[in-house]
Design a protein around this ligand. Sequence first.
Ligand code: NAP
Length: 308
Amino acid sequence: MENVLIIGSGPAALTAALYTARANLEPLVIEGIDAGGQLMTTTEVENYPGFHDGVMGPDLIENMRKQAEKFGARFVSGNVSKVQFKELPLTAHTDDNAYTAKTVIISTGARPKKLDIESEKRLWGYGISSCATCDGAFFRGKEVCVIGGGDSALEEALFLTRFASKVTIIHRRDELRASKIMQDRAFANKKIAFLWDSLVDEYLASDKNLLRGVNVRNVKTNVITEYPCDGVFLGIGHIPNTDIFKGQIDLDENGYIITREPRTHTNIEGVFAAGDAVDHIYRQAITAAAMGCKSAIDAERYLGEMNL
Ligand code: NAP
């Protein structure tokens, strides 16, 4: 039986692994198939303290992982499909294995939101993406759109200007939600245009089933206009990866894990949670890492108090 089982592999999970490893608890981390979390699809991270020249998201994750490994954290790959937290031992099932533990730290993060319309499913990967870092280079010299008005959308749009000839931000309101610095950068970039008060109603396909444009509806006039483009990137927010915990721990109405703030305890003894699966407000690498640290200390103290 594991002392500490960590589910997830982003900054929260890896920081929890580092702290529990340094406490000699030999944590086992179940990484998931797409290990590393959202930083793996981020380019330059400029706001993680300690890197005055910035750091690439995947490099930051790799360094965190190596640091945890150095102190004895162990890693296995697999998607957790089911958990059992109603009685001891706490159990997490992957397709191939069942892992039992005295404590569990959940840090499964969040995933990008989609519009969930039929044409999106059909053209996903054929011109529609939610990861400019992964797919931006396919659109060299082409025209692309980004949906959303928050920091993610603007970050994607700014990154895409490295490749695309034009980037149009389609936003459902007439003002952006993004931080001032990101807005200033986007407004100053000559390759970026804006379609305000607009929603994508439909993605349009070419004869070869490649994206050729979108139908955009003006929400004030309800007029629908065809807008040609070669690619669309979604930047409309996130959904917590907590489906497997439904019925096992308390979640809020949006699926985020409820913890005993400012601690990281869930409603189940021995189960702790950290990172974007809990936090729908800050959602930063640094805040996720900080919560991971807190969850490790909470788990360590719980093991001590319970003499486990
Ligand atoms: P967000 O702030 O929630 O923004 C989501 C955007 O998508 C909003 O503009 C929203 O419109 C729009 N939207 C949501 N659902 C939509 C739908 N169904 N159709 C069309 N538009 C829709 O999400 P985020 O940009 O992912 O940012 C999340 C957090 O991470 C924020 O705290 C942000 O500051 C942080 N972040 C920071 C950085 C950075 O510092 N470099 C980078 C990325 C993210 P409304 O505005 O009308 O609601």
